[in-house]
Design a binder for this molecule. Structure first.
Ligand code: NAI
Length: 216
């Protein structure tokens, strides 16, 4: 049983990666794995892995390692993948469409139930199996479907206003791509701001640190 009440934020950040690696091992039919083997695959130290996974108690056993399937299930449970949070996406432009089509919401505890855009020319167009609705319909939709997560793929300038409105309509969590670091002054609201460009910058930083010349 997980002691998941007080897992630190840094461990939580690593959990999706553990979940993904364990899923791949499970698919390959691997039943158990030692912290050393897992550390080689994940490029973390074995002690970091033991420390992280100790949070869940009872999985790593001396001389046995981790039972891949049970550990994956437990981490999945902590991450909430066994939930079905109704989710809406706002902004069906290039990014919004790509996310709606390429992110597997179902395997991540979410169900994409609605897509909205302020541009009336997009109304009725389908993305995957979902028809884009005009933003005028958001209120009625939220009142009947009760979505709890919103994915924001709209320009920076429009983000805070729409987020505030959505909080009033019952949205509790925001996956925010809008290049605006959303802050919500309401208790009990979660925001995950995503900037793909930041990830590229960490790569350019590491590229900057490389010695000149060809790779070994
Ligand atoms: P886009 O212009 O193709 O699409 C934006 C869509 O949002 C349009 O269809 C527009 O009608 C709609 N929209 C604008 N205001 C709205 C509102 N208040 N309510 C509902 N819909 C609204 O732009 P694209 O390429 O899809 O990018 C969207 C945003 O995401 C941009 O602000 C861009 O800078 C940002 N972005 C962020 C990334 C990240 O890593 N966080 C990566 C790429 C883009």
């Amino acid at each position: 049983m997980a002691k998941n009440g007080n897992i630190s934020a840094s461990v939580i950040k690593r959990l999706p990666r553990y979940y993904r690696f364990l899923g791949e091992l499970d698919k390959q039919g691997v039943e158990r794995i030692s912290s050393r083997e897992l550390s080689e695959k994940m490029k973390l130290t074995a002690s970091q892995i033991r420390q992280d996974l100790n949070c869940f108690g009872g999985f790593g056993q001396q001389g046995y390692g981790y039972h891949v399937q049970s550990l994956r299930e437990e981490i999945g449970h902590i991450l909430g993948v066994d939930k079905e949070y109704p989710t809406i996406l706002i902004g069906a432009g290039n990014l919004g469409k790509a996310i709606a089509l390429h992110i597997n919401f179902e395997t991540r505890g979410c169900r994409l139930v609605g897509i909205f855009d302020a541009n009336p020319r997009l109304t009725g167009e389908t993305v995957g199996s979902i028809a884009i609705r005009h933003t005028d319909e958001i209120e009625g939709f939220c009142n009947s479907e009760h979505p709890v997560i919103a994915v924001l793929c709209i320009p920076k300038a429009n983000t805070q206003a729409i987020a505030d409105k959505l909080v009033g309509l019952g949205i509790r969590s925001f996956w925010n791509f809008s290049h605006y670091d959303l802050s919500i002054d309401h208790k009990g609201i979660e925001v995950e701001n995503v900037h793909l460009g930041d990830s590229l910058l960490t790569l350019t930083y590491r590229t900057n640190q490389m010695p000149e010349g060809p790779a070994e």
